[in-house]
Design a protein around this ligand. Structure first.
Ligand code: SAH
Length: 396
């Protein structure tokens, strides 16, 4: 007889979120674990009366003690099951975005694959493994992604801080094949070289694709400021659509160097691009002292609030940069302002920006609420997946 798989029995009343198909089971909801599960093992999760709720990946160290693979008792979590999930995730992108060579193929929980992120950059796929459950299937992901996409290499960038919460060490390196030192992608007609080995996160922020297109529509003949520019995403969009001048700020010299290189490979007019290795907080104040004004400002800072407890400090930082950016807006100027902190809700972010506008005495209107591109879906059962939020504001 097959040994019964280990199982988690929930406390009375703690089955509600699973019945609503939320994919996380917190340690506090579990009455007991039976069958001695190890981190990464597939367990069944049952209500106090023994009723089946889900198949999930156990994680012994994390407060998120298990993440759901399937809500269907008839499923078996194995290579075939995961291959079907991967294939479905990739097929959804194909229907929405066509073949494209720069695309997030898997977006974790929201694609039914908790803890797995996979970004395609040309012939290379960069993988982030963020949970004990996804880690268990590490060898499988590489093989399956190559089989499903025809990519020639898979590179692992499992260096996110959240791995520590799962009891996992950082791991970076080639999984399959050898990635090029720079992977060339084309996004909306603009080429970028992506450094998958040394770049930030997976190497390129695909989530801002739609917002870069929006910036392009606002940049014609404009004085543009791109704060936190990384490898030049918004800067190149603005240059290509005829900005008068684009000033870009980042503290990373390495990112700025790649940004300049990206201007070159597109044959854009480098004399209209100014790159400053500078701290945005200080530089915005300097621009104010110098009397500089901008018709379009993009604020796309790093995650100021990695967790809930960082929110108060993050709120101060968001307020500060937004306040100073608003002081630099020319009459009728546009501000595209973002937060990628999951712990800062869209509602809170808007309140912070409203506070900044009040203190800056800026009369701005909301033109549109902004979010991540289509290949970064948010499952309706997993609101935590909505990490990137933004506002398009226009000054009076
Ligand atoms: N908008 C970019 C992504 C920005 S990521 C794109 O579309 O590709 C955030 C960037 O902010 C990183 O490149 C990081 O180096 C930079 N950064 C972080 N803190 C900074 C600071 N205080 N001043 C300037 N740049 C900063």
């Amino acid at each position: 007889m097959q040994p019964a798989s280990p199982r988690l029995v929930l406390k009375p009343g703690r089955d509600k979120s699973l019945r609503h198909r939320h994919p996380w089971i917190f340690s506090g909801a579990i009455a007991r674990a039976e069958g001695d599960p190890k981190s990464g093992d597939t367990v069944s999760v049952v209500a106090p009366d023994g009723a089946f709720l889900a198949w999930a990946a156990y994680s012994s160290e994390s407060q998120i003690r298990a993440r759901v693979w399937s809500f269907d008792a008839a499923d078996t979590v194995d290579d075939q099951f995961l291959q079907r999930q991967l294939a479905a995730s990739i097929a959804r992108r194909k229907r929405l975005l066509g073949e494209g060579d720069a695309m997030r193929l898997v977006h974790g929980e929201s694609d039914g694959l908790p803890g797995l992120i996979a970004d395609r950059f040309g012939e290379t796929i960069v993988v982030h493994i963020l949970s004990a459950g996804a880690e268990r299937w590490r060898d499988f992901w590489g093989r399956a992604l190559v089989e499903l996409t025809g990519a020639s290499s898979v590179y692992e960038r499992s260096d996110a801080e959240v791995r520590a919460l799962e009891g996992l060490p950082h791991r970076v390196g080639a999984m399959l094949g050898t990635p090029p030192s720079r992977a060339r992608i084309v996004e909306d007609g603009i080429a970028y070289d992506v450094d998958v080995v040394r770049g930030q996160k997976t190497g390129f922020y695909l989530d801002q694709r739609d917002n870069r297109l929006l910036a392009a529509t606002l940049a014609r003949d404009a004085e543009v400021l791109n704060a936190f520019c990384y490898t030049g995403g918004f800067s190149l969009s603005a240059l290509r659509s005829g900005a008068k001048r684009v000033t870009s700020l980042d503290t990373s010299e390495e990112a700025l160097e790649l940004a300049r290189h990206n201007v070159g490979i597109n044959g854009l007019d480098a004399s209209r691009a100014e790159w400053l290795a500078a701290d945005v907080f200080a530089q915005l104040r300097k621009f104010r002292d110098q009397g500089r004004r901008f018709d379009l400002i993009v604020l796309d800072p790093p995650k100021f609030a990695p967790t809930e407890k960082h929110v108060p400090n993050a709120a101060r930082a968001y307020k500060d940069i937004n306040l100073w950016a608003m002081k630099l807006l020319a009459p009728g100027g546009h501000l595209l302002t973002f937060s990628c902190s999951g712990a800062v809700s869209a509602d809170l972010f808007q309140k912070i920006v409203a506070g900044a506008a009040a203190d800056a005495r800026a009369d701005v209107q909301i033109r549109r609420h902004l979010g991540a591109a289509l290949d970064h879906p948010v499952s309706i059962h997993f609101p935590e997946g909505e990490y990137l939020k933004g506002l398009w504001l226009q000054a009076a």
